[in-house]
Design a protein around this ligand. Structure first.
Ligand code: MN
Length: 724
């Protein structure tokens, strides 16, 4: 076990101003508190917090962090209380210990049920103080180091959790050393066979190629020296787990993996990195396409280095990483490294191009934030205290009213949330409350939002939602529900068509007769056949023929034409059949989307102008989300015979002769009127163009009829309603 003075010495070595008395008191307090407790290994429990403190001292962290590490298990596992810690060590350290106690409680509950809760608390703790997280990572690292003492079932669970949560977390914080060690141990527990295979192969390679690492190290050092470069060259074998991951990712066998050796060259200044690269490429042939400049283009976690692969001695592929000592330190220790730099060193960071570019977007904002604080704050200590980590920033975490945590991608809406909870919740979603208040379904959710979904079993998800949601699960479910609804609608439409045709032939509609005809039509059942008729894929007349009904085709066609002519003439003479608005209100249909009977509509009132009718999914409605008093609940009444309504659709067409003719032909055949037609070249796509058509139709069925007639044409690629 590490002695008291040893720990103090380690800390004062990098921090001469460290509070030795505080460290001594914490050492004794923790040792006494844990008393005779033993670990699974049989050694004194106190050895654990001590080792955790040592890991953090290795990372050169501040005294408060080291003390918190010594005390991290006291409140949870011993008689010690929060109050006592406050009295003896002050509120700063007590709050760190408190954060750790909270996280620790979660380690003991079973994984499935509490995983989410765990993550939530973890996040809360982290957002308060980054040091809590640093101690937790060190704690987990030491637990991994001693994992072989733990019972097998528990061992696997801990290893999996480390692989899933802690190792990636260490990685995102830029603490590569900790990540590597955690992964290596977890890999050995979770997949010992794979680890053994890779180790054996590495051993064989050693025998075959001798001490290649040494050989290359020497050759490179000499070459650099003769070019006047002072560099530290270090060769290493890649870790079994990183080899394994590469094999999995690239679907390679072990023999296909050639770059097993990697070298690091550390120099003092940036210009020397590039000069070193020159020497490397002059000495050995580079592998084309493998050079990467992460100095001018840092990775998202602020990793900086030059990478190249060359063909070294014995024709072996060798990976080279070239960087400055400072870049190396940050690559290995991440946040912990940042925490230590003092003012003059920060200037050094800036000289090395390590300041973070303004206006840089998206990922790892937290690191940029760390950097900002680092440059503004006057001491590393203040830096740590003021750090608020924004981890997982590409995700949002929201809660159900029962406290279940739902992780969603950034930009997710309540609809995504509903589908993430359960498909049936999404399908029946009609509204949402965010943090207890009604919120539009297009709201972008934020971290910590509590979301309640308002449901109605009568609901069918509108197809337009597909454009609003961001998760694949929601998109797929909406498409599925839309297909099912369409199918149902088409079957109804098909039945109506058949009924009408039979009526013209003075033949009663008998389902059994259709059922008998179904096999001859190549369909599975009546619904299937009717739905095909509704979609326009199967002609109603063919169904009648298959039923054995004699049909006078000329008569049928003539009567159809008459109907559509009559309806076209009578257009424009009617008032709108809409219920829900005051009688004296002027009504008009939104000119962009149109609206037709059979679809859900709402009105937006504009003082002095009247009410504009929108289909419920019109995206133009978003602008009125914050003005609930302008919304008017409307419903369709009964339209006059032959009354037509506007609906705008967008048709994407192959850029071929005859495409346009197909569109107008289908619309004409179905008795639709074209009121307006616009052609647009599709941006960047030459094979297709878009056509926007303002139609005049009788109702939603008529519209669907036309849209599906269009979809069935070979030159038509997509048909969609214009939503605003
Ligand atoms: Mn612990």
């Amino acid at each position: 076990m590490m002695r008291q003075y040893e720990l103090v010495e380690r800390v004062t070595k990098y921090d001469p101003d460290a509070d030795e008395d505080l460290l001594n008191r914490a050492y004794i307090y923790a040792m006494k508190a844990h008393g005779t407790q033993l670990r699974a290994s049989g050694e004194a429990y106190f050895n654990h917090p001590l080792e955790v403190a040592a890991i953090l001292a290795e990372m050169k962290l501040d005294t408060a962090t080291i003390v918190a590490a010594l005390l991290h298990d006291t409140v949870e596992d011993t008689e010690a209380t929060h109050q006592e810690i406050v009295e003896k060590f002050g509120s700063e350290i007590a709050s760190l210990v408190d954060g750790l106690t909270k996280i620790k409680k979660l380690d003991m509950v079973t994984k499935e049920a509490t995983q989410a809760e765990n993550l939530r608390k973890l996040l809360l703790a982290m957002s308060r103080d980054v040091r809590v997280l640093l101690v937790k990572l060190a704690d987990r690292l030491h637990n991994m180091r001693t994992l072989h003492h733990v019972k097998p079932e528990k061992r696997e669970r801990i290893a999996q959790e480390t692989m899933d949560i802690y190792a990636p977390l260490a990685g995102r914080m830029g603490m590569q050393i900790i990540r590597d060690e955690m992964e290596d141990i977890a890999f050995g527990v979770l997949n010992p066979e794979a680890q053994k295979i890779i180790r054996d192969r590495l051993d064989r390679l050693h025998v075959e190629s001798g001490d290649v690492l040494r050989e290359i190290e020497l050759a490179l050092s000499k070459e650099l020296e003769s070019n006047g470069l002072k560099a530290e060259v270090k060769g290493r074998e890649k870790r079994p787990y990183s080899i394994w991951r590469k094999m999995e990712r690239k679907q390679l066998s072990l023999d296909q993996l050639s770059d097993i050796f990697a070298f690091r060259v550390l120099v003092d200044r940036i210009d020397e990195c590039y000069r070193t690269l020159g020497v490397v490429h002059r000495t050995w042939r580079m592998v084309p396409g493998k050079f990467k400049d992460y100095i001018s283009n840092p990775k998202q976690n602020d990793y900086r280095s030059l990478h190249t692969i060359v063909i070294g001695p014995h024709s072996m592929r060798v990976e080279m990483q070239i960087r400055t000592h400072l870049m190396h330190d940050i690559a290995e220790r991440g946040v912990a490294a940042h925490a230590l730099y003092k003012d003059d060193e920060i200037k050094g960071l800036a000289d090395q191009g390590l300041q973070v570019a303004a206006g840089e977007s998206n990922a790892y904002r937290w690191l940029r934030h760390l950097m900002d604080v680092l440059q503004e704050g006057d001491s590393p200590k203040e830096f740590l205290e003021h750090t608020r980590l924004e981890l997982f920033h590409d995700q949002v975490f929201c809660f159900t009213p029962k406290g279940q945590l739902i992780a969603l991608p950034q930009g997710a809406t309540p609809i995504d949330f509903a589908y993430a909870v359960h498909t049936s919740v999404g399908d029946s979603c009609v509204g949402s409350k965010v943090n207890g208040r009604h919120a539009p379904l297009v709201t972008k959710l934020r971290n910590g939002d509590e979301v309640e979904i308002v449901r109605s079993e009568a609901q069918v998800p509108p197809p337009a939602w597909e454009a609003i949601v961001v998760t694949g699960k929601a998109k797929a479910a909406i498409r599925r529900a839309t297909r099912a609804a369409m199918r149902k609608q088409f079957a109804g439409l098909g039945r109506e068509i058949i009924e009408k045709l039979l009526e013209q032939q003075s033949h009663a509609y008998v389902e059994k007769e259709i059922a008998n005809a179904v096999p001859r039509l190549g369909h599975k059942n009546v619904d299937d056949a009717l739905s095909a008729v509704g979609r326009g894929e199967l002609s109603g007349l063919d169904v009648l023929k298959a039923m054995g009904v004699t049909v006078d085709e000329k008569e049928v066609r003539a009567s159809r034409r008459k109907v559509s002519l009559k309806k076209a003439e009578s257009d424009g003479k009617f008032s709108l059949p809409v219920r829900g608005a005051a009688a004296n209100m002027a009504l008009k249909i939104h000119s962009v989307t149109g609206a037709v009977p059979g679809e859900r509509i709402v009105g937006i009132s504009t003082p002095g102008e009247g009410i504009t009718i929108y289909p419920i999914y019109a995206s133009a409605l978003e602008q009125f989300d914050q003005q609930p008093d302008r919304w008017v609940d409307l419903a369709w009444g009964v339209a006059e015979e032959g009354q037509r309504f506007p609906a705008r659709i967008k048709v994407s067409l192959a850029n071929e002769i005859g495409a346009l003719a197909q569109v107008t032909q289908v619309i004409g055949e179905h008795g639709g009127n074209i009121d307006e037609l616009q052609l647009q070249a599709r941006h960047g796509v030459r094979d297709f163009f878009d056509l926007t058509v303002l139609l005049e139709v009788f109702d939603i069925r008529h519209l669907n009829d036309i849209m599906n007639g269009l979809k069935s044409r070979p030159l038509v690629s997509t048909v969609a309603r214009v939503t605003g």
